[in-house]
Every structure is written in C-alpha cells, then in structure tokens.
Design a binder for this molecule. Sequence first.
Ligand code: HEC
Length: 186
Amino acid sequence: MKRLVLTTFVAATLHTSAWSADAPPLDSVKVVAGGYAKQMKSGLIEQMSKNGPEGGIAACSVKAAQLSAETSTQTGWAVKRVSSKARNPLALPDAYEQEVLNGFEKEIAGGKEDASRYEVVREGGLRYARFMKAVRIEPLCLTCHGGSEVPPNVEQKLSEQYPHDTARGYKVGDVRGALSVKIKLD
Ligand code: HEC
C-alpha cells in the first residue's frame, strides 16, 4: 500500500505534495474525532447515572450508531469505533486498522499515554485520508468491559445481546480499540 505518513513533522511538506495536497488539515480531523469521543462519553455517563449500566449498554450501542451517522452527514468523515476484541462484529478492524492498532498497542506498552496516526493511503485505486486514535480503558469502562467487575445483571444482558462478545477482561489503561475516521479524496 502506498502511504504518506502525515506526522506534524512532515506536515509542512504535505502542502506541496500533489498526492496529499487536498488532505484536510490534521487539526480539523482531530476536532471531528474529539467531538465524537466527547459526546460518546457524556452520553454514557448520563445514561448510566439515570438508568444504571443497562441504560449505558444502549448508550454505547445506539448512540454510537447515531453519532456516526450524524458526523458523516455533517462533516463528510466516516467515523467508527474499531477493536480486535470487538463486542459488535461490525466494529472489527479492516486490514489497515488492524495494522495501526498493533502499532498503538506497542506505543502504549512502551509508555506513551496516547497514540494516533493520520495519513493518506491508496485503496482500490482511490486515495483516502485516514485518522485513528487509540481508545483506552478507564475505571468507568470496567462495568461492561472488565473481568470480575462486570455485575451479574450486566453480564446477562450482554450475553443475550452479544453472544459472540470478546470485549471483556480489560484492565485500566489497556487499549480497548480506536476511533477510526476516513474521507475519500479522489
Ligand atoms: C454500560 C456498559 C458499557 C460501558 C460502561 C462501556 N461500554 Fe463500551 N460497549 C458497550 C456495548 C454494549 C458495546 C457494543 C456497542 C454496539 O453494539 O455497537 C460497546 C462497544 C464499545 C466499543 C466498540 C468496539 C466493540 O467492541 O464493539 C468501544 C471502542 C468501547 N465500547 C469502548 C468503551 C470505553 C473506552 C468505555 C469506557 C469509557 C466503555 N466502552 C464503556 C457497553 C459499554
């Protein structure tokens, strides 16, 4: 896959390259991803405080789908959450996302707090700008993604709704997955 890594360091050269000159600036992509992450988290906290973990389950599924649709309409960016240990099979990563996730795991295991990547890639003859940002486990997440922390009523609900759930057994700080945003340039 032909690829141009858009680190902040090479960002200046990017504007002069015909291959990636039309890629949106990293800052604007970060605003889209940050807005999505913030709304997901506040929706989750709100629902959990009103309706307990069971309300949170709906927030984590319905809200994610709604937000993805809204973001795509408003910004043109396709935004989704991906994980190699997915609860929803639709969140399984594509080959590109899997490779980036592997890199994030290494960076975070190596002591970095955060990991993200923005680059222009060619797929099926077309160019896409792709941004990914690691999502890490916080104490709040353990109710539904932890091990023994998952209460029996949540356990039961999750097994009913997600019979192939693999998104369990996480500890605080683990890479849960990533936000993945993509826009077609050609
Ligand atoms: C109240 C339960 C609950 C809590 C708390 C929760 N999640 Fe989830 N999470 C879910 C459910 C349910 C899904 C599947 C959503 C769907 O159907 O798309 C999910 C899916 C995800 C996904 C998408 C990938 C996949 O496995 O399908 C990510 C990423 C994720 N959660 C991260 C987090 C993070 C990070 C936290 C803590 C900030 C968190 N979740 C807290 C219930 C929860």
